[in-house]
Design a protein around this ligand. Structure first.
Ligand code: NAP
Length: 306
């Protein structure tokens, strides 16, 4: 048996339970990972509330969690590249990583690089691949100015750094308490809210070439207003406006592979990519973890440690 997060109906954080369930067994090409850390996501909130029932219906009782890092404790037949005792990170698409153990396809794992903390390893997948895809979508080059909304959040904090690595000037929209962190990463911070267009123009000091929206709610329109070509606007949230104006919608699914996770893990282990870990909660505090997340102002990642 093992402890795992479950919910039996759609609803608020109160429907989340930590239950004793049967420990799964790995099938062909799969390993069983003892989870050391697993990040949580706003997308899981929407699924749990039933807001994405049309696209991602939950089958009850539902588990949750995609991100994971841990130790391989069992291997199924025909597993390639991993053995019992290996330290790994990666992902599952079976809503299952918020648990003591999770079965993972071997192709969705990479070795944990030396020096990468469990918390960072366990929270890289969704935010990392989404940031990677968002930056790829707008293709920044040296000399470009790129604006990122939600610049200090889970996805945004990585997107600003990856855009900087491409040689672009990056303007990050964030609350004032996150401005020092952004400045330390070479990002020009700007407060969002009324008058943001003027502040962005002033901070950019010239044309805005690309826009990465990680928040939704009007930022695609702001990008158009700032003169950004639709092909260089990417949103991970506002698909409707993106369709109206012709903006891109690259996200997690566009970069969901072990190769990207491995590259991000190497950068983080070498200190070339900082993954801010806002808070770490034991699995038993899963409700508190989501209460934190649902405040909407997380700087970086909130992580569960079974
Ligand atoms: N399409 C995909 O593949 C995909 C993948 C991952 C996530 N997502 C979605 O992307 C969004 C961001 O995810 P996340 O994990 O980065 O979330 P997060 O870590 O919870 O970050 C939320 C961020 O929103 C910022 N924010 C709050 N109010 C704002 C406003 N009015 N204007 C601009 N920014 C504001 C906060 O900034 P301050 O704290 O600085 O105020 C915070 O940094 C979520 O809606 C999530 O569901 C989509």
């Amino acid at each position: 048996m093992m402890k795992a997060v479950r919910f039996h109906e759609y609803g608020g954080v109160d429907v989340l339970r930590v239950e004793e369930v049967e420990r799964p067994s790995p099938g062909a090409g799969q390993v069983l990972v003892e989870v050391r850390a697993a990040g949580i996501q706003p997308g899981e909130v929407m699924i749990r509330e039933g807001a994405r029932h049309d696209r991602w219906p939950a089958a009850f009782p539902s588990g949750q969690g995609s991100d994971l890092a841990g130790v391989v404790v069992e291997t199924g037949p025909h597993v390639r590249g991993f053995a019992v005792g290996d330290e790994v990170l990666g992902f599952t698409h079976r809503r299952a990583s918020h648990a003591e153990y999770v079965v993972v396809d071997d192709v969705n794992l990479v070795a944990r690089p030396a020096g990468l903390s469990w918390e960072v390893a366990g929270s890289l997948y969704v935010a990392g691949t989404t940031a990677y895809a968002s930056v790829f979508a707008v293709d920044p080059v040296p000399g470009d100015t790129v604006v990122v909304s939600g610049a200090a959040g889970g996805v945004g904090s990585l997107a600003v750094q990856l855009a900087r690595r491409r040689g672009a000037t990056v303007v990050g929209l964030a609350s004032p308490r996150n401005h020092d962190w952004l400045k330390e990463r070479g990002v020009v911070p700007v407060v969002y809210g009324q008058g943001v267009a003027e502040r962005v123009r002033e901070a950019a000091g010239g044309p805005v070439d690309a826009f990465i929206d990680t928040y939704g709610e009007g930022y695609v329109r702001l990008a158009v207003e700032l003169g950004v070509q639709p092909s260089r606007i990417n949103t991970i949230r506002d698909w409707r406006t993106a369709a109206e104006v012709g903006a891109r919608t690259y996200g997690e699914g566009s970069a969901a592979c072990a190769v990207v996770v491995g590259e991000l893990a190497r950068l983080a282990a070498r200190g070339e990519l900082t993954v801010p870990v806002a808070r770490v909660h034991p699995l038993a505090e899963v409700q508190d973890a989501y209460r934190d997340l649902e405040q909407g102002h997380t700087h970086g990642k909130i992580v569960l440690r079974p």
